[in-house]
Design a protein around this ligand. Structure first.
Ligand code: CP
Length: 322
């Protein structure tokens, strides 16, 4: 059992934000702030993970998460290998457990895992000695995305307590929405979910959020809007009458921003331009979408550093006579 009573992050794995305390989240955000400063230097590298081997194992497509983990690991001086399910022996029927255990057999210390099945990182963590970091599992969680979103909100708004956040769109299929909710609720943020009934999980209000279908009203009364990607690849037919109707009802337009000039506009990417938001919003002055990406590197440096340090502490404590 991990002792988290003093708030310091001492977990060998990062599997989700649900199980973290407010203090642990703050510890990660503060560590990320230090690494943001490192990234701004001419030499953007520290030796924290020298000698540590990390495998980024991606069983689903990714641009931002995979590249920013790789960059984060290299900026910490880790040795990095990358695995993509496409083109691998997964196509010959090799199981997830066998794949990861074979990767670990090559003396890999840390596995960053993206998988389409909810709970896959938890399952892997039970079967390997390596640290496991969840880079997105099914509909469950995308904890480093949640952390980088919350980091970006705190950097711009100066606080998280009581922050009014609207999360718009395909909540039903969104692990990003769940990680944002779990993370933000630790700070008593005021969260409103906006979207069609068919894209709202049943009983989502139990997470302590409000649900509405009225985009205009929600946007006028919030400080931050997180617009979600419409996850068409995870949808069966019948969720939406048409993409055009969805865009007309729930797409973010400049007219929304004009009514609330202090609104911070966020999106985890990739954006379906003209569907979830018009280009003038995505590229407008209120948008911090590319800053989210930049912050993602610092947040992932913090997560890799802290999990590895926790692993080291546990290993040291396990030494005979320690
Ligand atoms: N936000 C996010 O997870 O993007 P990728 O799928 O490109 O990693």
């Amino acid at each position: 059992m991990t002792d988290t009573s003093d708030g310091a992050f001492r977990r060998k794995h990062l599997l989700g934000l649900e199980e973290l305390s407010r203090e642990e989240v703050e510890n990660i955000l503060d560590t990320a702030k230090s690494f943001r400063e490192v990234i701004g230097r001419q030499v953007k590298k520290v030796p924290s993970l020298r000698g540590v081997t990390i495998c980024n194992a991606f069983f689903e497509p990714s641009t931002r998460t995979r590249l920013s983990f790789e960059l984060a690991e290299k900026r910490l001086s880790g040795d990095v290998i990358n695995f993509s399910a496409s083109g691998s022996s997964v196509s010959k029927g090799e199981t997830l457990k066998d794949t990861i255990r074979n990767i670990e057999a090559m003396a890999v210390d840390m596995v960053v895992l993206r998988h389409g099945a909810s709970g896959a990182p938890h399952y892997v963590a039970e079967h390997v000695d390596a640290c496991v970091i969840n880079a997105g599992d099914g509909f469950h969680e995308h904890p480093t995305q949640g952390l980088l979103d919350i980091y970006t909100m705190r950097a711009h708004k100066g606080k998280l307590d009581g922050l009014r956040v609207a999360i718009v769109g395909d909540v039903a299929h969104s692990r990003v929405a769940r990680s944002n909710i779990w993370g933000l609720k630790k700070f008593d943020a005021d969260i409103t979910l906006v979207g069609p009934q068919t894209l709202m999980p049943r009983e989502i209000e139990r997470m302590g959020v409000r649900v509405t279908h009225l985009l205009d009203e929600a946007l006028e009364a919030c400080d931050v809007v997180v617009v979600l990607r419409l996850q068409l690849e995870r949808m069966e037919s019948g969720f939406l009458p048409s993409i055009r109707e969805y865009a007309r009802t729930f797409g973010l337009e400049r007219r929304h921003i004009v009514k609330n000039p202090n609104l911070l506009v966020m999106h985890p990417g990739p954006i379906n331009r003209g569907v979830e938001m018009e280009a003038a919003v995505a590229d407008g002055p209120e948008s911090v979408i590319l800053e989210q990406v930049a912050n993602g590197v610092a947040v992932r440096m913090a997560v890799c550093f802290l999990t590895w340090r926790a692993n080291g502490i546990e290993m040291a404590a396990a030494l005979p006579g320690a």
